[in-house]
Design a protein around this ligand. Structure first.
Ligand code: MTE
Ligand code: MO
Length: 587
């Protein structure tokens, strides 16, 4: 207890001393590094499981199955090549359509640079993506995330008979795999994922542009249906271990062409699109599209796209090395078509740089967590500011309400809160102060007496889960009208009765513009019943263009401020301070 607290203690009042301390003094500072001793303790996941017909199978089964299929495939392909009809087929379709043009310009520098940058970026994107997944290690095909209905998980079933929050569910990844490999480090992983994605996207757009500006697009864009029989022919030739003649310098065979086409023109855009569709602002803005391609579907498809990339990388790298490594490296790394070692001489130092980047990414992220947050916010701030302007107008129907909404966060555990619950919140007051013309204090009865609004909306937690509920309460625009923020007020700060995970009150800041949305409310009810303690009784915020952590539960005070640098550690909220999240979180 601080000195201020004890001094005020004598003034007898139903309110506890804590609520008399100036609000900002109840906030806590935060570390600028990810300090493991302050962090969620590690917790191992399990070998990933996939569900078919209500039975769970380990993904490790894929290894013997793929092995058997490959061996059988080789035997069958070798048998097939003995057949006259198949020999005739291969003669007819040797591996590339006759009409496919030969590219005479080889592998220009821009293509080789783009290829290398893509490799570097993909390394970071895949690792941070898996880290994000580990924060909610389950995948679903429908909008809600009811335990037991997932189709993929690398976490045990949700334990019954105890409160199990989404944060409890997060698992640890090794530091060489995830970035930064620490349990529940999604805040940092997202900065990596989104900022490198931005670079990857720019690189991709330059490559798209130059592919079509030059003749290089003809390498990877099929222009005739004949690619399909030719691809089959190449598959038989590869599988029979009697490889087709290499002519990659001027044209790719049809199997290469199809896989590159799928990777560049289908898998990459699918990843980008399904990535954006997981955003509350975008999904809630898009109406039917956000409903059909809901967050969990988007997340599952995003994950399947990852598998395509992993499959592609494995197959691509394997074939580069077994179909003439020296000549293949010469083409894509040195841009020459000869038998020199120049490609190898480029490849070794460059791939060593990738290895070094790989090794330092996690330790540096842990050490310089605040910089990762700052750089990420700098790179993505404009995009996030833009997306915050999307009106999150999408409402759903009673039939869409989820049977289960994951609970999250740190529950209140003060005697002050217990007392409030014991008295049915009779002593509860919502205090609205700060840069307003008319500060207000509301009891629960007064809040209930104000005009109420109901909405059925989707909750998007940063960790990846979502769920639909009906929320009812007081529109924030009515509160704004009552308190009249002064012109210099820019943010509304929501203070919780509960502490955050590392102590100090949970709080979060919202732009005033977000408070004016039709669907921003102070919710008193969830699914037609008073909010439960777990979900934020007696009052929580709903702000539908933001992620869940910004919707403070157990709200006791709202303060209007010009800036939030003087609050807590100064980053705009509890999770912004302590878990390196961004204060603008429409994605
Ligand atoms: N006071 C407080 N509010 C909080 C949190 C918290 O830890 N403390 N967690 C947030 C997070 S991360 C989410 S996803 C939602 C979860 O709301 P629910 O438990 O009703 O699903 O509450 C948000 N509000
Ligand atoms: Mo969350």
């Amino acid at each position: 207890m601080t000195k201020e607290n004890s001094e005020h203690h004598s003034t007898a009042s139903p309110k506890s001393n804590a609520s008399q301390t100036p609000l900002k003094r109840q906030l806590s500072g935060a570390d600028d590094r990810l300090k493991l001793e302050h962090w969620a303790p590690p917790k191992a996941g399990i070998v990933p499981l996939i569900r078919f017909n209500n039975r769970w199978y380990s993904v490790l089964w894929a290894l013997p199955i793929i092995f058997v299929l490959l061996v059988a495939g080789v035997a069958i392909a070798q048998g097939l090549r003995e057949l006259a009809s198949v020999q005739h087929f291969i003669e007819l379709f040797p591996g590339a359509p006759a009409s496919q043009p030969a590219i005479e310009t080889g592998f220009p520098l821009w293509l080789r640079i783009g290829h290398f940058l893509n490799l570097v970026f993909m390394m970071f994107i895949i690792r941070s993506g898996i880290q994000i997944l580990a924060d909610h290690p389950r995948l679903y095909w429908h909008r809600d995330c009811t335990p037991g209905t997932e189709w993929f998980r690398f976490q045990k079933p949700v334990p019954r008979g105890q409160i199990w929050t989404a944060k409890d569910d997060a698992v640890t990844l090794p530091g060489w795999l995830g970035i930064p490999g620490v349990r529940h480090s999604i805040g940092l992983a997202r900065w990596w994922h989104f900022s490198i994605n931005t670079l990857w996207l720019l690189n991709g757009l330059v490559i798209y542009g130059l592919l079509f500006y030059t003749d290089q697009w003809q390498r990877i864009v099929p222009t005739t249906w004949e690619v399909f029989p030719n691809a089959l022919s190449v598959a038989i030739q590869y599988l029979s271990l009697n490889f087709p003649e290499e002519q990659s310098w001027t044209k790719y065979n049809s199997l290469q062409q199809l896989t590159y086409f799928i990777t560049v023109f289908i898998a990459a855009p699918t990843s980008v699109f399904t990535g954006f569709m997981q955003s509350p602002a975008i999904s809630n803005h898009l109406g039917w599209l956000g409903r059909v391609l809901n967050r969990q579907r988007a997340r599952s498809i995003h994950f399947l796209a990852l598998w395509w990339f992993l499959f592609f990388i494995l197959a691509h790298v394997t074939l580069v090395f077994i179909t003439g490594a020296r000549s293949n490296l010469n083409m894509m790394w040195a841009g020459v078509h000869d038998e020199s070692w120049s490609g190898f001489m480029m490849f070794v130092p460059l791939i060593s740089i990738v290895g070094i980047l790989w090794a330092i990414a996690s330790p540096l992220t842990i050490r310089y967590a605040r910089y990762v947050q700052r750089i990420g916010a700098f790179m993505l701030g404009p995009l996030k500011g833009f997306l915050e302007r999307f009106d999150p107008k999408s409402e759903l129907t009673e039939a869409d309400i989820s049977p289960f909404l994951w609970p999250n966060g740190t529950l209140p555990n003060s005697s002050e809160y217990e007392e409030l619950v014991a008295n049915d919140f009779a002593h509860y007051r919502l205090c609205i102060s700060g840069l307003v013309e008319s500060p207000q204090e509301y009891s629960l009865a007064q809040l209930r007496a104000l005009p109420q609004q109901s909405q059925i909306t989707t909750h998007f937690c940063i960790q990846g889960w979502s769920g639909v509920a009906k929320w009812s309460g007081v529109p924030m625009r009515d509160i704004l009208a009552a308190v009249r923020p002064k012109p210099e007020a820019r943010y509304a700060v929501f203070y919780s009765l509960a502490e955050g995970s590392e102590g100090g009150r949970y709080y979060d800041c919202h732009k005033i513009s977000n408070m004016q949305h039709k669907l921003t409310i102070l919710a008193l009810d969830m699914n037609d019943e008073s909010l439960s303690v777990l979900h934020g009784a007696p009052l929580r915020l709903r702000c539908e263009n933001e992620l869940g952590f910004k919707m403070v539960k157990w709200v006791s005070a709202i303060e209007f401020v010009e800036d939030f640098q003087h609050l807590g550690a100064g980053h705009g909220g509890y999770n912004e301070d302590h878990e390196f999240y961004g204060y603008k979180m429409p994605i």
